[in-house]
Design a protein around this ligand. Structure first.
Ligand SMILES: *Cc1c(COP(=O)(O)O)cnc(C)c1O
Length: 372
């Protein structure tokens, strides 16, 4: 790679906050300060005592509010993030055969986990090219449909619609939950890690579970199938009902999630978040469409993510160089997802990101493009 040109952005082209990464994403400074202020009263105290349990309880009830969950839906927490949830699902959510929509690196990963499970049939995988999407296909042999609400690696957002079939619907909502509209009637499990839209930290998974989802967990747990305790959804469910997790959670992560959730609810909940993300998406895609060298990677406007924008550049402009110059100026994590192999920038438009900062960023990119 050629050396990075030395370009100093003028002060008015530097966003107030330079974090545009898709995960870990921008954490509110207010939230970090709030954690610091707890001093000796929270960090370093037992997760089995009211101090921490009340935070888990607040997350569980806050999520119910944010997503307007119907009666009977529950919020379950576990240690390990979305990646760990895939392993848990292979043990405790799929009875025999699953169907997966594979339209990018993350959506493909769940299928890969399942593919190696000796107690399950080979999963059915419906593949679509990066930047596009293909819907689930009802299949009477399938007992779980694995959907992904937002494919973080490609910037494609998918419709979440229950297929006209008997299986349960499990949605990886890691970079969607809290920044995209969803109808809880369309899913049985909607799971996510909180270091993306929720601007918290990793190592935790949160799952919104319908009564049918909980029933599936109970049903499989009552069979002879061997399930490692750490990955048991039944243990996670039972512990969550007591505002606990199976093993020790990262207390700071719990705190950050609760603080972010409080802030979102105070500002107007999901409607507020959707409005912010839509405004940001208008700014970023509008700029790319008007640009002579940049264009949205996702050609179908309906599929363009309102949470993560992928922007390609004409061959003569190297996106990697733009990202490197931005980084030299304190604007970080704008590079595309490596494995995708596109000449691309990827910009998070999560609710914590200021639309005005994205507007400034687009001007900074134009400034850099003119000089490289
Ligand atoms: C980031 C991400 C994951 C992986 O999350 P971890 O917390 O690292 O396990 C899974 N799915 C999607 C859609 C993601 O964006």
């Amino acid at each position: 790679m050629s050396s990075i040109p030395s370009i100093d952005l003028p002060a008015d082209l530097i966003p107030a906050d330079g974090r545009f990464g898709s995960g870990p994403s921008k954490v509110r400074t207010e939230t970090l300060l709030e954690l610091g202020v707890t001093g000796s009263s929270f960090m370093g105290t037992s997760h089995r005592q009211p101090g921490v349990k009340s935070v888990v309880g607040a997350i569980r009830s806050g999520m119910k509010d944010l997503f307007s969950l119907p009666e009977g839906y529950e919020v379950v927490l576990g240690v390990g993030g979305a990646t760990s949830f895939w392993a848990s699902a292979a043990f405790g959510l799929i009875e025999k055969k699953s169907q997966h929509l594979d339209f990018g690196v993350f959506s493909g990963k769940f299928a890969k986990v399942v593919n190696g499970a000796p107690h399950l049939d080979e999963p059915e995988v419906i593949k679509a090219d990066a930047g596009s999407y293909a819907p689930p296909v009802p299949n009477s042999e399938v007992d779980l449909y694995g959907l992904t609400h937002n494919e973080t690696t490609t910037g494609v957002m998918a419709p979440i619609v229950r297929p006209d079939a008997a299986g349960i619907v499990a949605v990886d909502a890691t970079s969607a939950a809290g920044g995209m509209a969803v109808d809880p009637e369309q899913f049985d499990v909607y799971y996510f890690s909180p270091q993306k839209v929720f601007g918290a930290d990793g190592g935790l998974w949160v799952a919104l579970v319908s009564p049918a989802g909980a029933e599936r967990i109970e049903k499989i747990a009552s069979t002879e199938r061997w399930i490692p305790g750490f990955l048991s959804l039944k243990l996670a469910l039972d512990n969550s009902r007591k505002d606990q997790t199976t093993n020790t959670p990262a207390l700071a992560t719990l705190f950050l999630v609760r603080s972010q959730l409080d802030a979102m609810l105070e500002l107007g909940g999901l409607d507020w978040a959707l409005d912010r993300c839509a405004r940001s998406a208008e700014i970023v895609y509008g700029w790319a469409e008007a640009s002579e060298v940049a264009y949205p990677f996702v050609s179908d406007p309906e599929l363009r993510s309102t949470n993560v924008a992928t922007i390609n550049f004409a061959d003569e402009v190297d996106a990697g160089t733009i990202a490197a110059v931005l980084r030299d100026n304190g604007i970080v994590d704008t590079g595309g997802y490596r494995a995708l192999g596109q000449n691309q920038l990827r910009l998070a438009m999560f609710p914590n990101v200021e639309p005005a900062d994205l507007a400034t960023l687009t001007k900074a990119i134009d400034y850099i493009v003119e000089r490289i």
